[in-house]
Design a protein around this ligand. Structure first.
Ligand SMILES: Cc1cc2nc3c(=O)[nH]c(=O)nc-3n(C[C@H](O)[C@H](O)[C@H](O)COP(=O)(O)OP(=O)(O)OC[C@H]3O[C@@H](n4cnc5c(N)ncnc54)[C@H](O)[C@@H]3O)c2cc1C
Length: 377
């Protein structure tokens, strides 16, 4: 029996995504055991194909694209976030190509993704530098790429992706390139998926480039001015996606609370009161996150509100996990495989798109820039 209460899901998110929400919940445990489950068994299904085409549409910038992506991400994560992340999609690479790719590069990427229905990767984080993109060690010298990336979603199995690197040692030298299917099967690339405890569908992995030749026409941004080729454009892509990651945390948290409310009989008045407080916290974080998404849609450099929202959404999700663990008897959780998995999954969001400490730093910078004038009143 599905752990999804469909009526509740429709009440919360409408019926537009309901088939996909239901599918994600139905395959959630299979994906948790095998992150390739959707790619191996459903990549040609209409549901997955339609989702991929919708993702291509959503990665295009328009006046509401960040908000739309945020709302959809929450609803799909309500189905199951691991399954969502294990689905073939252009994902962040699609957005990067939309930001700085040429028409030919976009067409090359899109053709490969749609023809093979593959998953894609976006390589930023490194073993020694983490996600501190300004200090990356992956470098391109001449026309060869050397370096390594860690914790990159789907990198062990993706059919194509993009990678960020530096060309010199100056601030504005950050660039990105498409890593083609041919390069991925070359001896100069080593990659593997990592063992995970939470959110296994995200299938994070490691990739190493050993003097990999990069074709000039796969380097993004040649047609743009130097300021638009690298760091400034990457910042916009990160900012546009951050509210979606926060929304995934909320979707997972909301799904847990709804699931407990509708399936656990032995809840007393105090338990129900605690669940209602969790619902309020999620609703407040959602309001803030959607406000942040609207701000990014107006100005893609407006990152302060999105940082605050990311902190609030991750905190709400972690509180849900901790409260549910404290009010339910251990055997209720242990014998409910989807619930015990979801209670683990929420801890991964803190580590996606920057930790709370990093966002706290962004927030302080925003306060110093007087982005919150009411604090001075
Ligand atoms: C499910 C999942 C999917 C992911 N997908 C991708 C992907 O597709 N591509 C990709 O490139 N990466 C991906 N990542 C990696 C992710 O983006 C990083 O792990 C995340 O941004 C945190 O950065 P970090 O690991 O470098 O940690 P760091 O930023 O190095 O932080 C390590 C610790 O130090 C603290 N810290 C760091 N700097 C400071 C400071 N200045 N002041 C105070 N404290 C500090 C942090 O709070 C944290 O506790 C993924 C991670 C997860 C969990």
């Amino acid at each position: 029996m599905s752990s999804l209460d469909i009526e509740r899901a429709v009440d919360r998110y409408g019926d537009e995504q309901i088939e996909l929400i239901k599918f994600y919940r139905d395959v959630a445990l299979e994906v948790d055991c095998d992150p390739n489950y959707i790619a191996n068994n459903f990549k040609n299904s209409t549901l997955i194909q339609d989702k991929m085409m919708a993702d291509f549409k959503r990665s295009k910038k328009d006046s509401l694209s960040t908000l739309n992506r945020t709302v959809v991400s929450e609803s799909l994560a309500y189905g199951d976030c691991g399954a969502l992340l294990a689905t073939p999609s252009p994902s962040l690479s699609g957005a990067l190509l939309d930001e700085i790719g040429s028409d030919d590069q976009r067409a090359f990427f899109r053709e490969h993704v749609t023809k093979t229905s593959c998953r894609t990767f976006f390589g930023v984080t490194e073993p020694d530098r983490g996600s501190d993109a300004a200090n990356m060690e992956t470098k391109m010298r001449g026309h060869t790429l050397k370096g390594e990336k860690l914790l990159v979603g789907n990198v062990g199995t993706a059919g194509i992706g993009t990678v960020l690197f530096r060309t010199e040692d100056k601030f504005l030298d950050m660039r990105a390139a498409i890593v083609t299917p041919k390069q991925l099967s070359s001896e100069r690339v080593k990659r593997e998926s990592l063992q995970m405890f939470a959110l296994r569908g995200s299938n994070v992995g490691y990739i190493h480039f050993e003097d990999l030749p990069i074709d000039e026409d796969m380097i993004l941004g040649h047609h743009l001015r130097p300021m638009q080729q690298g760091v400034m454009s990457m910042v916009q892509v990160f900012n546009r996606f951050r509210p979606s990651v926060s929304a995934m945390a909320l979707g997972t948290a909301q799904a847990i609370v709804d699931h407990v409310e509708s399936t656990v009989d032995k809840l007393d008045f105090s338990d129900r009161r605690q669940l209602s407080l969790l619902n309020e916290e999620i609703a407040l974080a959602r309001k803030l996150n959607e406000k942040a998404a609207r701000q990014v849609d107006k100005n893609p450099f407006a990152s302060t509100m999105a940082s605050l929202a990311k902190m609030k959404c991750c905190a709400a999700a972690k509180r849900v996990s901790s409260v549910i663990n404290s009010i339910l008897e251990a055997n209720i959780i242990l014998f409910d495989p989807w619930l015990s998995k979801a209670l683990r999954d929420v801890y991964a969001f803190e580590w996606m798109e920057g930790t709370s400490n990093i966002h706290r730093n962004n927030l302080i910078t925003g306060i110093k820039r007087n982005e919150f004038p009411f604090l001075n009143q």
